[in-house]
Write a protein that binds this ligand. Structure first.
Ligand code: KPL
Length: 292
């Protein structure tokens, strides 16, 4: 039984806990803690998953296996809060959306095995103690530091739970492009993913955003189909989903816009590419004044 530590108790944190619950000991790390255990029910299987609950200050042992399942804007601070507890051979899996947070964490913690995961798993919280595993997907994982290797990861993460990529960068970029084209628009238009390609004015807005993404992709070493094609495919496949940014907005939580569209705007500026549509998107989302 290995102790697995998970930063966060959101949907992804709980889904990952369920991968281990039969074999390993789960330790959730939360900002504040009222109880010594955290349990939830996984639906539709009704499996009850239980782990120890700690704050960064109350963890009694060193951390060897760490899953960072916080939002992108919280991830670096969350790891820093347990930095003094990381064992020299610690392995860290980052589950964040967008781009930027994983790279700066990998830089700061380069002596450890740091992995990035881009997940197509579908899960959401029905209430704080109930997780719906809505769609079986794939956890695409690759290395972000020299120490991170497939064999090391397979020693603790069940091999049925992930697909290894020798180069994770194209996977992260593809998801970033799709998130840029879909997520902010679903919050602005207050709609499910599929609606964006049904309503002509929304579809046109998505095309305008995608045109700027394509100009950036032209400068990158990837061989992707055009951004609008990628986004349309995902809108069709996830037509009834509410995007993660829509859900953040509806719960009045801060969004990951700085790590999604914000990252793209920064990249466009590095290449002196104009991106007025994406800048407008950031402004529209920031005007919503979400979060604490
Ligand atoms: O990844 C997503 C998200 O909501 O963040 C998409 C692909 C848009 C699916 O909803």
């Amino acid at each position: 039984m290995l102790p697995i530590h998970i930063l966060g108790t959101g949907a992804m944190a709980c889904l990952w806990a369920s991968y281990f619950s039969e074999q390993h000991q789960i330790n959730f790390i939360r900002r504040t803690n009222k109880t010594s255990k955290f349990s939830f029910t996984l639906m539709p299987s009704k499996q009850v998953v239980t782990g120890n609950a700690y704050t960064a200050k109350s963890i009694p042992h060193l951390i060897q296996h760490l899953i960072v399942a916080t939002k992108a804007f919280d991830a670096q601070t969350a790891i820093q809060s347990v930095e003094h507890l990381l064992s020299p051979n610690a392995q860290i899996v980052l589950l964040q959306n967008g781009m930027g947070s994983q790279q700066s964490i990998a830089k700061q913690f380069s002596q450890y095995a740091v992995y990035a995961c881009s997940s197509t798993e579908g899960a959401y919280k029905i209430d704080p103690q109930t997780l719906m595993h809505a769609g079986k997907g794939i956890n695409h994982i690759g290395s972000l530091s020299g120490e991170a290797q497939q064999q090391k990861l397979a020693q603790w993460l069940p091999s049925s739970s992930f697909q290894w990529h020798e180069d994770i960068s194209p996977v992260l970029w593809r998801k970033l492009i799709v998130n840029c084209a879909i997520n902010p628009l679903t919050l602005i238009y207050n709609c499910q993913n599929g609606e964006l390609i049904k309503q002509p004015h929304m579809q046109q807005h998505m095309k305008d955003i995608c045109q700027e993404l394509d100009m950036l992709l032209d400068k990158m070493p990837f061989d992707f189909p055009c951004a609008f094609h990628l986004a349309t495919q995902i809108c069709q496949q996830t037509a009834n989903n509410f995007s993660s940014m829509y859900q953040d907005g509806k719960h009045n939580k801060p969004t990951e816009i700085d790590f999604i569209t914000g990252y793209i705007v920064k990249k466009c500026q590095e290449f002196s590419l104009p991106c007025p549509e994406n800048i407008k998107l950031i402004n529209s989302i920031k005007k919503l004044n979400l979060g604490p």
